[in-house]
Ligand binder design. Structure first.
Ligand SMILES: Nc1nc2c(ncn2[C@@H]2O[C@H](COP(=O)(O)OP(=O)(O)OP(=O)(O)O)[C@@H](O)[C@H]2O)c(=O)[nH]1
Ligand SMILES: [Zn+2]
Length: 361
């Protein structure tokens, strides 16, 4: 009897903003929807008329340049209207994103894999016990800034930490003005502060290593156990795909949490290091040579700052490491091979010389 049930969903509960509503009006023959889950080629979307399972229009496979043009969880899309619940609808348009979280894929570092779209805030979670690592925070911060969403650092398990002031001081050196919330599920400390960042119309996500307490925080926001609600019946799909993991959750107090499988373990994709390493970028501008590698060049402001003790050498090392990693993930196979050769032998010429010397032995 589902066809008789006239559901009306307020997309504001799902985080729609005037920006997307206006964008949708440009194509009134299509229906505005938000992607709530993805399972291979199947997408779950929500419209004002309820949820449904859709696929992308055929044109996507033929015309799009790379994987980032395909829909991701959190995307606002335009789908074809249907007159009955049994009619298959397709995604025709992915509306321009306000932010997008992506990571590199093994086969193609350049295009990356989409993790979520249209996030307002990314909570970077790290526990205050064994997981605590400021270098990792730097990586997450770079990724968050690169996505276009606002990062907030969430330190979890404060109840297991007895040197909080030291850890906060270490963090302050890399967080560059990003808000830091310290919380504990044992005492619920920090939970109220966390809520001040989450509101109706906002879309948020939690990233961080396994076991730091992301589910614990999400469950708290949901006011129930997420695991019990994670699997839903795709009831308009005649049981062919009996279950689809819901990856976009509406919070009872307003706001939307995106929790895709890819969210849980993120690698670095590509990024603009200048924001996370503002201090180093500023120093580099004072180097004598524009293309200074900050190794041993004369007049290097970065090395001078390290010598003067105003820049932590460890921070500079992680900047270099990230830079190398990003350059590496943006290269094709041939370039990577050359890079490896360069690292081993200094250059191709040096490798040839080494090979010759080896053969002449
Ligand atoms: N002592 C203490 N334990 C916590 C706190 N937050 C979470 N935990 C515990 O840490 C364990 C892991 O928490 P989860 O919320 O499942 O961690 P997660 O980040 O969602 O982990 P993944 O699902 O693997 O990504 C659970 O046993 C929690 O009960 C906290 O503030 N203090
Ligand atoms: Zn320099």
């Amino acid at each position: 009897m589902k066809g008789l049930l006239k559901l009306t969903i307020d997309l504001k509960d799902y985080g729609v903003t005037p920006h997307f509503e206006t964008a949708a009006k440009a194509q009134p023959e299509l229906v505005l929807a938000r992607v709530t889950a993805q399972h291979r080629e199947q997408y779950r979307v929500v419209t004002t008329q309820g949820e449904r399972t859709v696929q992308v229009a055929g044109k996507f496979s033929h015309t799009v340049e790379d994987v980032t043009s395909f829909p991701a969880v959190g995307d606002w899309v335009l789908i074809t209207p249907t007159s009955t619940a049994d009619e298959q609808s397709v995604i025709q348009v992915v509306l321009p994103r306000q932010s997008v979280l992506a990571r590199a894929t093994a086969s193609n570092g350049q295009t990356g894999q989409l993790i979520a779209a249209n996030l307002d805030t990314i909570f970077i979670c790290m526990s205050l016990n064994a997981d605590f690592n400021v270098r990792r925070i730097e990586r997450y911060l770079t990724m968050a800034w690169d996505s276009g969403a606002m990062p907030v650092i969430v330190l979890t398990k404060a109840d297991l930490c007895d040197d909080l002031p030291d850890k906060l001081a270490a963090l302050a050196e890399v967080s560059m003005g990003v808000d830091v919330i310290t919380c504990s599920s044992a005492t619920e400390a920090g939970f109220a502060e966390l809520r001040t960042y989450i509101d109706r119309g906002k879309t948020i996500a939690f990233v961080g290593s396994s076991g730091v307490g992301k589910s614990t925080l999400i469950n708290h926001l949901l006011g129930k156990t997420l695991l019990a609600t994670k699997t839903i019946r795709a009831d308009d799909d005649k049981g062919r795909h009996a279950t689809t993991a819901r990856q976009l959750l509406v919070l009872p107090t307003g706001g939307v949490v995106i929790d895709t499988p890819g969210m849980r373990e993120l690698q670095l994709y590509t990024g603009d290091l200048s924001k996370t390493f503002e201090d180093i970028t500023a120093l580099a501008q004072q180097c004598k040579f524009r293309n200074c590698s900050h190794q041993s060049e004369p007049g290097c402001a970065v090395q001078a700052a390290i010598a003067a003790g105003t820049l932590d050498v460890k921070r500079f090392k992680s900047y270099q490491k990230l830079q190398a990693e990003m350059a590496y993930s943006g290269m094709n196979a041939r370039q990577r091979e050359n890079e490896k050769i360069n690292r081993l032998f200094g250059s191709k010429a040096a490798m040839k010389a080494a090979t010759r010397a080896f053969k002449n032995k």
